[in-house]
Ligand binder design. Structure first.
Ligand SMILES: CC(C)(COP(=O)(O)OP(=O)(O)OC[C@H]1O[C@@H](n2cnc3c(N)ncnc32)[C@H](O)[C@@H]1OP(=O)(O)O)[C@@H](O)C(=O)NCCC(=O)NCCS
Length: 388
């Protein structure tokens, strides 16, 4: 029988980090790695499972905010560092950690990235957002016209100062985007190993700085140069286009890899839209509605009205029927159009998945699925460009 405890001191945090890393088949943190990992340990947000004095399971959250359809911003927990010692798996350690975490989360919504697709549905997380991995053939990429603003390269000290401000100002433009915490930036600015060669450029338009991109270029044995875009945010279409012009006109770059939302129109920039290839579409945002009434009320809706009956085994306060329409959300006794478990409500919440698709797959029951699709539709696809 394991006991769940909130960790409080640095030695325990480092043991927690070691446990998680070992679960992922990585070695324990070196002193240098720990220096940039330690700041992401926030008091009160770090849980561990113990068998006696032995730490056997780990998880933690990072606090911040998330954007929902319609643009409202809600408090958000980013769940991370989930691991169980290999000699303690499949004995309910993760289940105990998840139950404790959910019952004590201070925020109405939580998201995570899943190492495997079958783990988190049982805890009420649904697959709410996917990402496209794009590759651009930079040698053939021609964007007609000239830039309208100015792109300047900044040194790492300047990047460290301005990027958090710029990300807060315009990095949250899509549903699913989350604010970044201090410890996240500490790791992002650790210009060692893979990131030694990271370059940042900032775009400015008539109203000042309005876009940035961080990238690194590596050379393979055949002298081909590959760029990976690590971070890309902009406030408007001019900044976005100018930054792509900059990236595709750089000398000695053969290919550019970038993560993008499903509806990112980047291929329309180029004379030949085939220079952009989708290498993969992968699940990204797993979303848990912790406080269903609050989260339903937080987003906007399309035309129509639908009554959904929500079932939540772990947080039964969420159980109930809700009428959802563009006029708002209310709890009702009226018969439900659709019955849905909380993980699948999480899956439709950001607009990535449709009720009609879940119904076709026999995952939900009811009627009026097309109407529900129209109510929950989001004009913008979700994305979370903050890895955690
Ligand atoms: C994934 C992991 C945390 C699960 O921990 P655990 O303590 O074994 O999980 P539990 O015993 O509480 O399992 C709960 C349920 O989930 C299922 N489950 C757990 N991990 C699973 C996996 N990887 N694939 C499929 N099912 C899984 C269990 O079979 C169990 O199902 P049941 O309730 O029907 O019996 C652990 O195996 C681990 O640390 N893996 C390596 C690191 C990792 O992938 N971490 C997640 C990062 S996002």
């Amino acid at each position: 029988m394991t006991e769940i405890r909130v960790l409080t001191d640095d030695a325990q945090y480092r043991a927690h980090s070691t446990l998680f890393r070992r679960a992922m088949h990585w070695g324990p943190p070196t002193d240098d790695q720990w220096k940039v990992t330690q700041p992401s340990y926030e008091p009160g947000r770090v849980l561990a499972a113990f068998d006696g004095d032995l730490m056997v399971g780990s998880t933690q959250t990072f606090g911040g905010t998330m954007v929902v359809p319609g643009g409202a911003v809600v408090p958000h927990s980013a769940v991370s560092r989930v691991g169980v010692r290999a000699d303690y798996t499949r004995r309910g350690v993760l289940s105990g950690l998840m139950r404790e975490q959910l019952s004590t989360l201070p925020d109405p919504v939580a998201t995570l990235r899943a190492s495997e697709g079958r783990i988190y549905g049982r805890f009420g997380y649904g697959l709410a957002g996917r990402v496209r991995f794009l590759r651009v053939d930079a040698r053939k990429a021609v964007i007609p016209g000239s830039p309208v603003g100015r792109v300047r390269m900044v040194d790492s000290d300047t990047a460290e100062k301005v990027l958090p401000e710029l990300h807060t100002a315009f990095g949250l433009g899509r549903p699913g985007q989350i604010s970044r915490w201090h410890g996240w930036w500490v790791r992002a600015f650790d210009r060692k190993g893979d990131f030694e060669n990271l370059v940042t450029v900032v775009h400015s338009g008539p109203d000042g700085d309005d876009g940035y991109v961080s990238y690194k270029v590596t050379e393979d044995k055949e002298f081909n140069h590959h760029m990976e875009v690590e971070d890309f945010a902009c406030a408007n279409a001019d900044a976005w286009r100018d930054l792509w012009i900059y990236l595709t006109r750089l000398d000695l770059v053969d290919t550019i890899s970038v993560d993008a939302a499903l509806d990112d129109p980047v291929n329309w920039l180029f004379e030949d839209p085939r220079v952009v290839v989708t290498k993969d579409v992968f699940d990204q945002i797993w979303l848990r509605l912790v406080d269903v009434p609050r989260m339903l009320a937080a987003r906007t809706y399309g035309p129509g009205s639908v009554v959904i009956e929500v079932h939540d085994k772990l947080l039964p306060a969420n159980d109930g029927r809700y009428r959802v329409s563009s006029d708002g959300v209310e709890r009702v006794d009226a018969p439900a159009d659709i019955t849905i478990p909380v993980d699948l409500l999480g899956a439709v919440y950001l607009g990535d998945t449709k009720f009609s698709h879940l119904a076709a797959a026999r995952r939900i029951e009811g009627s009026r699925f097309d109407e529900a699709d129209a109510v929950f539709a989001s004009p913008v696809a979700p994305l979370c460009s903050t890895f955690f």
